[in-house]
Design a protein around this ligand. Structure first.
Ligand SMILES: NC(=O)c1ccc[n+]([C@@H]2O[C@H](COP(=O)([O-])OP(=O)(O)OC[C@H]3O[C@@H](n4cnc5c(N)ncnc54)[C@H](O)[C@@H]3O)[C@@H](O)[C@H]2O)c1
Ligand SMILES: [Zn+2]
Length: 346
């Protein structure tokens, strides 16, 4: 398992960085503007490669640009790459590092809430292909993940919420008390952030994700529970790709749909379902799409990379902390859940 350091003390972060002989840093435009200057003075000449922000950068084109930069900077098997950014930077930077010259060491310094609680932990790397999310990737642990929670101060509220959805997911699948703590937070997450309530919650999520990954690194079985909300969530995200909706918002929608399917299949009790629905809707307004678009969204779940033998595999729930793995569901189940979900808009 990678070493994970979590701190809100700048000095500790600096000490950690001083221990590393950095070969190249990958940032996106925002993390270069907001996070990079906190860490490195302009006098220190460390090569930096800055990619455009956003999901579109998780592409073959950007990947080849990164490989070219590696070559230009004489990156060798002994080099250490730092990924300073959100899930996009850690996913593509990790993928580039894990494949270049059959694998380099890399260190993640996540700067978004999704990055800190999810994407930068556990060694899943990847890029999108043909509009399909994370279709190409590797399992390759970072040497270390350094989480400095104060980076969240410049993160827009929308992005904070996006990460919050993954934290709610951790509570649902693994720790009901944690879910209830999150459910009781005020809807203005920025306030909770400034009162430093997030530090504790980030730690809880990091522990949950690490415990799950420790049991099943290559996602052969147990780790699949982290995909709760993601079968429908990824389909919505792929379908609405032009609207640039943050990942977590789609996962929030996906968690409602997949809980609804669990309810309709008689796995989940009504009270539990409504508590999950109410909590998600407290923080996330339903995403708007037309009823006519539902079939197209549902069809995308057939392409989900988690499927086996052309069946749709989806994580359902029988209760809090009781995800049901690899439950096969039909496209009609998905359509029905999406129809219900759109009715929540009205
Ligand atoms: N590998 C995994 O296990 C895993 C898990 C969850 C999500 N993901 C992936 O992560 C991606 C989503 O990650 P994300 O939500 O972090 O998106 P992101 O990396 O696109 O970051 C969101 C936005 O915030 C900006 N930003 C980042 N840090 C900032 C800061 N401190 N201050 C101001 N702006 C900042 C970025 O430039 C970007 O515009 C998706 O591609 C998803 O598939 C991967
Ligand atoms: Zn996710």
């Amino acid at each position: 398992m990678e070493e994970i350091i979590i701190t809100d003390k700048f000095k500790k972060l600096k000490n950690e960085l001083d221990k590393i002989s950095i070969s190249l840093i990958i940032c996106d435009k925002n993390t270069y503007k907001y996070c990079f200057p906190l860490l490195f003075s302009s006098s220190k000449k460390i090569p930096v490669y800055v990619i455009n922000g956003g999901e579109k950068s998780k592409s073959i084109k950007v990947l080849t640009d990164i490989y070219k930069i590696f070559i230009l900077n004489n990156i060798s098997r002994n080099s250490i790459i730092i990924n300073l950014g959100g899930g996009v930077v850690t996913d593509i930077g990790g993928f580039a590092a894990s494949t270049f010259k059959r694998g380099l060491n890399y260190i993640n310094i996540p700067t978004t809430l999704i990055g800190m609680t999810d994407a930068a932990i556990g060694g899943k790397t990847g890029i999108n292909f043909n509009n399909l999310k994370n279709y190409i990737g590797t399992f390759c642990m970072p040497q270390k993940t350094i989480i400095y929670t104060d980076f969240l101060e410049t993160l827009p509220e929308k992005q904070l919420k996006s990460g919050f959805a993954e934290m709610i997911k951790h509570g649902i699948i693994y720790d009901k008390n944690y879910f209830l703590e999150l459910a009781n937070l005020k809807t203005n997450l920025q306030n909770d952030l400034s009162e430093n309530k997030f530090y504790k919650h980030i730690k809880s999520s990091v522990n949950i994700k690490s415990e799950i990954v420790k049991v099943d690194f290559k996602e052969e079985n147990f780790r699949k529970i982290l995909n709760f909300g993601h079968t429908v969530g990824h389909a919505i995200e792929s379908y609405l790709i032009k609207r640039n909706i943050p990942h977590g918002y789609c996962v929030a929608a996906g968690m409602i749909c997949e809980s609804y399917i669990s309810l309709k299949k008689g796995l989940l009790e009504e009270n539990t379902y409504y508590l999950i629905e109410k909590t998600i809707l407290k923080f996330f307004n339903p995403l708007k799409f037309e009823v006519e678009q539902i079939n197209d969204i549902a069809k995308l779940t057939l392409k989900d990379k988690k499927n086996e033998n052309l069946e749709i595999n989806c994580v359902l729930l029988s209760d809090f902390e009781k995800p049901v793995l690899s439950e096969q569901i039909s496209i009609d189940n998905i359509i029905e859940s999406l129809k219900y979900y759109t009715s929540l808009c009205r």
